[in-house]
Design a protein around this ligand. Structure first.
Ligand code: 5AD
Ligand code: SF4
Length: 512
């Protein structure tokens, strides 16, 4: 979309929403610079071309705004948000700000939010509430709210009504507008709100302050077109847009040259990578096949949708090398009727078949998944199908969630006759099973020597180091601090439910 189209779009959105806001009459609370969101608008999938911009820079007159000032970004949610926060930190540093981890020291606090479940949203509102006192003591403090929650009109309205301490709201599509928006928030009197309900172009060269020098995130695509009926992501992150292969490869090469040991390719649905690139026939398999040749020890990717996981990708992953043998393959439910209501567009049988194909091609692959319990009207039998699938798949681990209705999604309109207590009890049963399987898997590693990328000191004991195997298992062991950031070999002595203990060995005779 070009600048003119964008302007028209924003104006159209504004017009629609200003009316909605006027209807509810929140204007009494605030004088605002107002470009608010609309989930309805965000649902639309247009055919406009996405433009790629390589010329981002912080305007000269904004490069000194932050001199002598500090910022803090609090990040909730997924790796995509973590990575967006790295971009925001990069921009703020280019504006002259310095980062701090001490809340009371900060002149700018950004809360990068997650909308995926209600409890994530509640945490954010709790945090915004806590900042009220800080703002009272330090009226110069600028509080910004960004990320997925900002894309929801209900959230923006609630902030307008109840959280006047907030100075700035922006969304997931206009992070590159941060310099301008922050300038307006610092120097203006009004609350600044600018949220684009329609996805923006791809901005390639935003400055980036990466967290750490061992592992790096690399975005390969933005957005999601799957519209699973429970999920808010296609609304908050817009339509699927792939970065150009050459831009991704250049970024990976740069990370390799800078000494990074592991990269994770990121997208809401990475298996759809390339589908929107009109001039080339190029998918995730092709991309991984090229990245495989770059001298970086480990390459991961997340998150997958079973529907788009094709044979070429499996073939490429089976070549191994730096492509690690860990597959995160969200299943959500083991029951076909529930999968249909979720609009997942695969069956239990086709999922198991795909997993078998992957296991055959990559025999030592570890499998992890995401599961939702208590989808509207889920019966005990349907839940038992999920339990039996987990037993059948013998997952190495799983992220498990109670279904949370998200306003604006189709599932939120479904009648639900399952009491919350029943959902909680099902989650507990599922978690017990997942834990048993993980403990069982871990036991089977005892006595084996594993390749471990040392990430740092263990969170529980600074005398112990911790790192991960290629299959993403957490390993704790004693060793010199100089090995942090290196790949070492560890013989497993003891297995816990969620981690392994071991001792450093010289040999490279590895079992994993
Ligand atoms: N309720 C509960 N869990 C959800 N997820 C996505 N949307 C919801 C929701 N409304 C889970 C899915 C997804 C993971 C990232 O979050 O399992 O794979
Ligand atoms: Fe949400 Fe993932 Fe489904 Fe996309 S594929 S709608 S991000 S659960």
């Amino acid at each position: 979309m070009n600048e003119e189209q964008r302007k028209q779009q924003t104006q159209a959105d504004d017009a629609g929403h200003k009316k909605a806001v006027k209807d509810k009459d929140y204007s009494q609370y605030f004088e605002t610079t107002y470009a608010p969101p609309s989930l309805k608008q965000a649902k639309k999938r247009g055919k406009e071309d996405i433009e790629i911009h390589y010329d981002f820079d912080v305007p000269e007159d904004m490069q000194k705004i932050g001199e002598g000032k500090k910022f803090l970004i609090r990040t909730y949610g997924c790796q995509m948000n973590e990575h967006d926060s790295e971009n925001m930190a990069g921009i703020l540093m280019r504006m002259g700000f310095e980062s701090t981890a001490v809340t009371e020291e900060a002149d700018v606090i950004l809360i990068n939010t997650c909308a995926i479940r209600e409890n994530a949203e509640n945490k954010v509102f709790g945090e915004i509430g806590h900042l009220k006192n800080l703002k009272r003591d330090n009226p110069g403090l600028v509080i910004g709210v960004c990320g997925c929650m900002s894309q929801e009109e209900s959230v923006v309205n609630r902030i307008l009504q109840k959280h006047q301490q907030v100075d700035l709201i922006f969304g997931t599509h206009n992070i590159h507008r941060l310099p301008e928006l922050l300038k307006n928030a610092i120097f203006g009197k009004e609350m600044v709100i600018e949220v684009w309900s329609k996805e923006g172009d791809i901005i390639e060269n935003m400055p980036r302050a990466r967290k750490g020098k061992i592992q790096g995130w690399v975005n390969i695509m933005y957005g999601c077109d799957k519209f699973c009926t429970y999920c808010i992501v296609p609304y908050t992150r817009g339509k699927e847009r792939s970065r150009r292969p050459e831009d991704i490869i250049e970024e990976v090469r740069h990370l390799a040259r800078s000494g990074y040991k592991e990269i994770t390719l990121l997208g809401q649905n990475v298996n759809a990578y390339g589908k929107d690139l009109v001039d080339v026939n190029y998918g995730l398999g092709d991309l991984m096949d090229e990245i495989r040749k770059i001298d970086i020890p480990r390459v991961r990717f997340t998150t997958s949708h079973p529907r788009d996981f094709d044979d070429h990708l499996i073939e490429v992953l089976a070549k191994g090398g730096n492509l690690v043998e860990h597959i995160h393959l969200p299943v959500q439910s083991g029951n076909n009727q529930v999968l249909k209501l979720m609009a997942r567009k695969y069956t239990r049988e086709s999922y198991v078949e795909l997993a078998a194909k992957i296991k055959q091609a990559i025999p030592h692959a570890s499998f992890t998944t995401d599961i939702i319990v208590g989808f509207p009207n889920e019966t005990e039998e349907q839940f038992e199908d999920t339990m039996s699938l987990v037993r059948e798949m013998e997952y190495d681990s799983a992220f498990t969630y109670i279904y949370s209705p998200r306003e604006g999604t189709p599932a939120a309109n479904m009648q639900d006759n399952v009491p919350h207590e029943v959902k909680k009890e099902r989650l507990a049963r599922l978690n017990a099973l997942v834990n048993d399987l993980s403990a069982e898997k871990n036991k089977s590693y005892a006595g084996q020597t594993m390749e471990v990328l040392v990430e740092g000191e263990s969170k529980k004991n600074p005398d112990v180091l911790s790192g991960r195997t290629r299959t993403n298992r957490l390993v704790n062991f004693r060793g010199p601090k100089t090995s942090i950031g290196e790949i070492v070999y560890v013989k497993i002595t003891d297995a816990k439910t969620w981690s392994l203990n071991g001792e450093l060995v010289e040999t490279a005779e590895v079992n994993n």
